[in-house]
Design a protein around this ligand. Structure first.
Ligand code: HEM
Length: 362
């Protein structure tokens, strides 16, 4: 660990580090830089930043991460709930522990399956063609725009299509669900927010409550719609969304329930929370990965040339045919091994963190 002080803990060691970076630097990056300075041999760093956060162990090695995330059933910390609840609206896959997590995770497992995702290629291509169109429009105009904003809308639209089977269209126009989630993120207070105008702004809880209601109403209507369609014997399994998988499971497990009165309210609430989590957890992570990979490719023209060469080899040089090829044979995407390596390298250089509580350390 860095030098520790009984009163200030490790807070003082952050000062020289912070001075090297922009004020709004993402916390993950700071922790990684700090661990480079202090945990050269074992990739474990103990950090006591009380009262700004709970004391934590920062893990930066893949082996130790696997121990923390997979081999031991570690409890997730309460701080995670404070952070996630405004987005998901309740106990979600991220914050659940033990058996409750296992049960919920099992319901979503088919949705994380690689073959299932390849089956969603139609949805993904549709949203991607809008994204590419917008990029082209910007390129023609030569204007300045926020790539982060655009990629967030893009990934939000993909998740809307894959999870809800619903076209959010947020890349082109206003969508209540996407807009409420983005507003929720903008209004969410960090635990260490020092600006008192932000911390005590009376509008903040009202806006967040309204956003939450908007998201629940939107997802609730989609759930009811899909439930009615399924009761009507809808057989089309080609475009099954994650909502459908969850409803399948619910209807099989509760075949004895009287479904005539619609969805059970507690199930509906549970599903709203999990879908809100998917939208939150899935959009920004994927969007920032796209941004960082474009950034890295712009800095490494050789890698960009190799990606282009790989795409030409797999798809040929006629751009207009790529969508049709992928639709017909989604497995083609698995041939892009260099592109995959670039994405993995991007995530290695700009990683995301996971939080667990290590109990009974003695
Ligand atoms: C580049 C993209 C992504 C990155 C880097 C990423 C990263 C992560 C990480 C580090 C975790 C914690 C894993 C653990 O605790 O063991 C996680 C969990 C999760 N992610 Fe992602 N994620 C990405 C995309 C997505 C997408 C697209 C979705 C959904 C649409 C999603 C939904 C979730 C959910 C629901 C969990 C909780 C799973 C559980 O605890 O059972 N993520 N993600």
């Amino acid at each position: 660990m860095p030098p520790w002080n009984p009163i200030t803990g490790h807070l003082l060691c952050l000062a020289p580090l912070l001075s090297r970076f922009p004020k709004d630097i993402i916390q993950n990056y700071l922790l990684m830089e700090l661990s480079k300075d202090f945990s050269k041999t074992d990739n474990l760093l103990y950090l006591d930043l009380w009262p700004f956060s709970m004391p934590m162990i920062v893990v930066t090695s893949p082996d130790l991460s696997i121990q923390a995330c997979q081999q031991h059933d570690l409890t997730k910390p309460a701080a995670l709930k404070y952070f996630l609840e405004p987005f998901s609206g309740g106990e979600d896959l991220f914050t659940m522990n033990g058996l409750e997590w296992k049960r919920s995770r099992a319901m979503f497992a088919p949705g994380f399956n690689a073959n299932y995702l390849l089956g969603q290629m139609g949805h993904i291509l549709e949203e991607t063609s809008v994204f590419v169109e917008i990029l082209r429009e910007h390129a023609r105009k030569g204007d300045m725009f926020s790539l982060d904003r655009l990629t967030c809308d893009f990934t939000m639209d993909i998740i809307g299509a894959v999870c809800l089977n619903s076209h959010l269209n947020s890349q082109r126009q206003f969508n209540p669900l996407a807009s409420a989630m983005r507003s929720q993120i903008a209004w969410h207070l960090r635990a260490d927010e020092m600006n008192l105008f932000k911390r005590w702004n009376p509008a903040q809880p009202l806006i967040m409550w309204k956003n939450s209601r908007t998201m629940n109403n939107y997802i609730g209507k989609e759930l009811d719609k899909r439930f009615i369609e399924r009761q009507g014997g809808e057989k089309d399994t080609s475009s099954r969304s994650i909502i459908d998988l969850v409803l399948d499971n619910y209807m099989t497990e509760n075949s004895s329930l009287d479904m005539a009165h619609g969805l059970d309210q507690s199930f509906k609430k549970w599903a709203q929370v999990q879908i809100r989590l998917m939208i939150f957890a899935g959009h920004d992570s994927t969007a920032s990965t796209i941004c960082y990979s474009y950034y890295l490719l712009s800095k490494h023209p050789n890698a960009l040339a190799q990606i282009r060469a790989e795409h030409n080899e797999v798809f040929g040089t006629h751009l207009k045919t790529v969508s049709a090829q992928l639709l017909e044979n989604p497995q083609l995407i698995n041939k892009l091994s260099y592109t995959n390596a670039v994405l993995k390298e991007t995530l290695r250089l700009f990683p995301r963190q996971t939080l667990y509580v290590v109990e009974n350390q003695e």
